[in-house]
Design a protein around this ligand. Structure first.
Ligand code: GLY
Ligand code: MN
Ligand code: MN
Length: 440
């Protein structure tokens, strides 16, 4: 199955084949999970944890990985690891894992806790490693224990250090209380003098600046995404269904080196394209329709995010071309301001100004962009000046149900000290470029 993060869900199989994952050749590992760390070797994650502990200085921090997905559906959703946990550990195939860090401890400062084994369940799902040196070697943790010891471990550490760090996320009042806060509350009821420190922005402030190795994967994801968008432009024909075009698009993602989908592909024609999150599929592409594709591949779990809008006929009408050019000018106005230190709000205003002057600001109904990384809507504080090394989309659009079209142009940019680099530059973007690509 080729779906969101299917590479990560399929890590064990790929490791057995000793496949090339990113730039790294991984040895065969045997059958049981965890298969190892992905998409980088354990020392990359150890170094990230070291940086986090250096920032925390003392106290205890508990970070929970994602739980198993319970589903009775014949096609169950894949397990997707929590972004913070993935960034800190690279453990992608063990639901229910927990990380504990205690920077001021004298010898052992980090623990990986995994759920207990269930040998009956393992005969159905997947075999899991016993505690021991093989588990420690694959994960890069000197101490791997079972999740049942969490309460005792954190209580003992809190007795010594007296500080509990909350690394987020902050959630709304209708969401369940985060597990770490729930645990901390229990510890504080049992250990006098322990205080709670809010460090909920720390991981986002580190994750927002992409490492060179992360950018390398994002560039690969952009290359695979380009293959898909170009194939769709060239092979679209009036009379095809959206679903048929989506198959062409996603096949080309895979042929271009894509390992998963960064998100569910949107392939929408005519009026369907005027509904922002339409993911239908049975719409028949009309000869005069504009087709909107918001879709991207992922590589090593890193997302890309691109939208293109093109005429099914291969030729924009004058009106379609004028609207497309207006959206492109709004994108250009925002990108002209993009550089390290810029405020996201100023990018939004630059794009809105273009639509305002054209009397079309009410047709721009969605956000201008977002950060991208391990998550397609990645973490990072967009109310602060954006740093060099962040990756962001700029994606203005015009959505007009009464005129049966939606037009959006979305590209992915790496922010640099002096400007930006367009990671999605291989994909035809202007009306002239698109018509030339479709004429081939
Ligand atoms: N594809 C999701 C987005 O553009 O935000
Ligand atoms: Mn986007
Ligand atoms: Mn998108």
């Amino acid at each position: 199955m080729f779906n969101r993060r299917s590479m990560l869900a399929g890590t064990t199989a790929s490791l057995l084949l000793s496949t090339r994952l990113g730039a790294q050749v991984l040895p065969p590992q045997g059958f049981a999970t965890p298969a190892g760390t992905a998409p980088f070797p354990p020392d990359v994650f150890r170094e990230r944890r070291r940086r986090v502990m250096e920032a925390l200085k003392d106290g205890v921090a508990v970070i929970y990985g994602a739980d198993a997905v319970e589903s009775a559906a014949a096609v169950a959703p894949p397990f997707v690891q929590d972004g913070d946990f993935a960034w800190l550990t690279g453990i992608m195939d063990e639901p229910g894992a927990i990380l504990v860090m205690a920077p001021a401890e004298r010898t052992v400062r980090e623990w990986l806790l995994l759920p207990s084994r269930d040998t009956e369940a393992e005969r159905w799902d997947v075999e899991r490693l016993p505690l021991g040196t093989e588990l420690e070697r694959r994960t890069g943790f000197a101490r791997v224990t079972r999740a049942g010891s969490l309460g005792g471990l954190v209580t003992t550490l809190a007795e010594r250090s007296k500080t509990l760090h909350f690394l987020g996320p902050i959630v709304g009042t209708s969401a369940p209380v985060p597990k770490a806060l729930d645990l901390y509350g229990k510890v504080m009821q049992r250990v006098p003098g322990v205080s709670l420190k809010d460090d909920s922005g720390l991981l986002a402030s580190l994750r927002i600046v992409k490492e060179a190795r992360e950018l390398k994967l994002m560039r690969k994801a952009a290359a695979a995404t380009a293959r898909g968008h170009i194939a769709a432009m060239r092979q679209v024909r009036p009379g095809m269904t959206e679903r048929q075009l989506k198959a062409i698009l996603e096949d080309a993602f895979r042929a271009g080196g894509g390992e998963g989908l960064a998100y569910d592909s949107i392939v929408a024609t005519g009026r369907n394209a005027a509904s922002l999150h339409y993911t239908g599929g049975s719409g028949v592409i009309g000869a005069n329709d504009l087709v909107l594709i918001d879709a991207a591949a992922s590589v090593g779990g890193y997302a890309c995010d691109v939208t293109r809008t093109f005429p099914a006929s291969g030729k924009f009408t004058p009106e379609q071309r004028a609207n497309h050019e207006l959206v492109l000018s709004a994108q250009a106005a925002a990108v002209a301001k993009l550089r390290a230190g810029v405020y996201y709000e100023d990018l939004v205003e630059a794009a809105k100004d273009v639509f305002r002057k054209a009397g079309r600001v009410d047709d721009f109904t969605h956000g201008l962009g977002h950060l991208v990384g391990l998550d397609v809507h990645d973490v990072g504080d967009m109310s602060k000046p954006l740093p060099a090394g962040a990756v962001i989309t700029v994606e203005p659009g015009l959505y007009v149900q009464s005129a049966n079209y939606g037009i959006r142009i979305e590209d992915l940019y790496l922010i640099t000290p002096t400007g930006s680099q367009r990671l999605s530059e291989a994909i035809p973007r202007t009306a002239t470029e698109i018509e030339a690509a479709m004429a081939r």
